[in-house]
Design a binder for this molecule. Sequence first.
Ligand SMILES: [Zn+2]
Length: 385
Amino acid sequence: MAGVNGNQVVEWLGTQREAMLALLEEVVNLDSGSYDKAGVDAVGERFRRFFSERGIATTMHPNDGFGDCLKATVGASGGSNKPIVLMGHRDTVFPKGEAGRRPFRIEGGRAYGPGVADMKAGLVMNAFVLAAYQMFGGAPAPLVGLFTGDEEIGSPTSRALIEETARGARAVLNAEPGRPSGNVVTGRKGGVFMRFEVFGKAAHSGGNFKEGISAIGELAHKIVALHAITDLDRGTTVNVGLVAGGQSVNTTAPHAEGQIDLRYVTPQDRADAMARIEAIVGTATIPGTTARLEIKGEFKPLVQDPESRALFEAYQAASRAIGRPVEGEFTGGCADSGFTASVGCPTLCATGPVGGKGHTPDEYMEIDTLVPRAQAVALTIARLA
Ligand SMILES: [Zn+2]
């Protein structure tokens, strides 16, 4: 086990604050919204160049619609051949032109700019940890940096590669931003995004009312029943966040639809809630209506199994050793770490530099956490021998 003093990787990272900030400034100033493939790929290209300048092997996994996936690999000095994965996403939620309007800046110990915490600082941190192990060696297992491009829209094209990478891995450390408290994330809810449609029968609501069957009336019954699934103590929530329907004010509605966001804690909670949602959509309160349900997208939950617990404890010990004690937190937000935990890989999330107000113009990253978070990840890797 490596001590803090005498660990060259940890000591070198301690000298890299300005270099990390310089790279962070460059990549924050590149627009990379999820739907801006050229921008997301430009950020990938910048990291690919960073790795090639340091002799780190990379492969690019192309995607047609969204950003390509970049993989960087640093060999092990011995021990296991199951890789330790340092994961992160290059896409942001911001539109093209945002970086020009409010470029990277530093004020009062905080860095600002689109995606600065979520999660370009995490990518920079992972890149420097990989560079350190490339220079000094000593990794107990191969290190794989996985830089994806479509997390903010549910990872439609990266999910398969993320799951495949995690299946054979020793551990995944996902560099989403550390919580404002400084804590890491040891549990996340899963989410299912669905659309349901209701079909009725159009009729003139003045002259021929009795012939009509209102899809909107049925939609209203279903919404009330769906919302009643919510169980805050259990952590299950159902939100119908969008509705549409009808043809004209004087026609009984032949069609209506709604969109559902289900959040849950465990796979059993998902199964129970989905059974109730399917029953509600499939059962007509207004005779003559029919309905159908379609899953549009999904994030898996991050459930802490004993191996993920052990990984967290290794991280916690490493963090304590560098003088930054942390706890684990649970959050309702979803991330790629749910996919890696759900295929059985020990996973820890939010190892990135500390930040807050993500997805807003006030997003910030605490500069003084850049180096210590990198050191905590590096020391955790050393302790996974
Ligand atoms: Zn993120």
